[in-house]
Structures are given as structure tokens and as C-alpha cells.
Design a protein around this ligand. Structure first.
Ligand SMILES: [Zn+2]
Length: 261
């Protein structure tokens, strides 16, 4: 039987609320990956502040992304504390205008994975990027290079997400997309770019050849998949869990589950 999407959304909402009441967040290092504050562009960033407050109230330690990566790479996970760090993909302007100010009020450093093609693209490129590439039905602008420089100077991480948000599985342009992205970010922000998140984030959106290329150019490579395991691709890719800043805190708490190496 066909179930309408609103009903499905409500069922998911109440199921997750219920499940989260029965399971407490587990110790370990969790990386949450979002994209924007909200699909609704008029949402206030208070929603993200409330989410962080609720996480803290539930005993979560918010940590910098650099520390989270070091702990994961060195396999030095806390056995007592549930630690959470944040990353954001696609480089939407609200990362700078709405999300970063909240992070900064906690002195919390995050990673922002950007696509230089979106930043430098004309109106047609941007429209196509939103509608057909990242598939969101909301008018959003990219962060500018100046905004990225400000984030970088404030010790946030500017990471690469390919030039044009290209799916890398068997992509003939994989090398250009991976390498040129790093070069452009380094040139425009006058810093090093060691972090890479492959677009779309599912393990089937990446392959061995792209992994080989990315490993040559980046220290840290991220998926957005398989979050119950710290790593994918034989320990070379760090897994992240999807969230968005306006999600109910109970849903986020539910995803902070025990993890395996
Ligand atoms: Zn993306």
C-alpha cells in the first residue's frame, strides 16, 4: 500500500523518539555530518544551539574535529565518555552565517567540505548544483572564498568535496576532481587541505582507484555511511553519521550507538 510521505515522516519521528528513550548514547568518538541549518531558510540558528544544549545535558562531550580524527586514527577511544564532533558538506552560506557562530560560542571547531565549482559557478551552475547534483529544493548560496578564509583563520577545517560534487565510483575524471579541488582550496585559502569527504557518502559512491588517489593527497578521508564501524575501506576511510542541525535531539541521541573498529 502506498503511504504518504508526511505520514511516513511522522511514523519515523515517533519511532525514533521511542527508540531513543530505550537506548542511551554509547561511549566512543562520533562524527556527525550535516549540510545546512535547515531546509527552511528562515529558521533561526537557535535550533542548533538548543540541539547542542540538549546533547550536553545528556552527558555528551562536544569535541573539536581535529581531536576526534586524532583519537579515531590512533584508536584511542574513550571507554567512559560519548564524544561528538561535527562536519558539514557542500559549503552552503548558512554554514558561515548561522552554524559557525553557534559552534564558535562553544569554541568548537568543525570541518566544512566544499566544492570550488559551486563557489565559483555562475547562476546556471548553482541552480543545476542545487536541483540536480545535491538535490535540495531550497534556494541556497555557497560560502564565498572570503568566508572560508575567515573560518580557516578561526581554526575550523576547510576540506575538499571534489570540484563539482562528482560521484567518484568509476569516474573518468576522478583524479582531476580530487586533486584540483585540493589545489584550489589551498591556493584560495592560503593553507593546507588535508581533509577529504567523497560526495554522496555511501560506500558504493567511492572505489579503490579514487581511494588510492585521495590517500596520496589527503590525511583524512570520510564517508557518510556505515557509522556503527569507525572505518571503511580497510581502515582508510573514517565513517560519519548523517544529521541536520534542526533534527530533534532524541533522534541524534539515538544514532550515538556503540561502534566497532
Ligand atoms: Zn555533498
Amino acid at each position: 500500500m502506498f503511504m504518504n510521505s508526511n505520514l511516513r515522516k511522522h511514523i519515523r519521528h515517533y519511532t525514533l523518539n521511542l527508540l531513543s528513550l530505550m537506548s542511551k548514547p554509547k561511549p566512543g568518538v562520533h562524527i556527525l555530518n550535516g549540510h545546512f541549518l535547515s531546509l527552511n531558510n528562515s529558521t533561526s540558528n537557535i535550533v542548533f544551539k538548543i540541539l547542542l544544549e540538549k546533547l550536553i545535558k545528556n552527558g555528551i562531550n562536544l569535541i573539536n574535529i581535529q581531536d576526534a580524527c586524532d583519537k579515531i586514527i590512533n584508536k584511542s577511544f574513550s571507554i567512559k565518555n560519548c564524544e561528538v564532533a561535527f562536519t558539514f558538506d557542500d559549503g552552503f552560506e548558512e554554514c558561515f552565517t548561522k552554524i559557525a557562530p553557534v559552534l564558535d560560542s562553544y569554541n568548537l571547531k568543525a570541518a566544512f567540505f566544499v566544492n570550488p565549482g559551486f563557489i565559483d559557478g555562475n547562476e546556471n551552475y548553482r541552480q543545476n548544483f542545487l536541483k540536480n547534483i545535491v538535490c535540495i529544493n531550497s534556494p541556497k548560496n555557497p560560502m564565498s572564498w572570503n568566508q572560508l578564509i575567515k573560518l580557516k583563520n578561526n581554526n575550523h577545517i576547510i576540506g575538499a568535496h571534489t570540484l563539482d560534487h562528482q560521484r567518484l565510483q568509476a569516474a573518468p575524471e576522478a583524479e582531476t576532481q580530487i586533486v584540483k579541488c585540493k589545489e584550489l582550496i589551498q591556493e584560495k585559502t592560503n593553507g593546507t587541505c588535508d581533509y577529504f569527504a567523497f560526495p554522496y557518502g555511501r560506500l558504493e559512491d567511492f572505489d579503490e582507484l579514487s581511494l588510492q588517489i585521495a590517500s596520496k593527497y589527503y590525511k583524512f578521508i570520510f564517508s557518510q555511511s556505515d557509522y556503527r564501524n569507525y572505518f571503511s575501506f580497510q581502515g582508510k576511510v573514517i565513517n560519519r553519521r548523517h544529521f541536520e542541525c534542526d533534527w530533534p535531539h532524541r533522534h541524534v541521541l539515538y544514532f550515538l550507538k556503540s561502534k566497532s573498529i
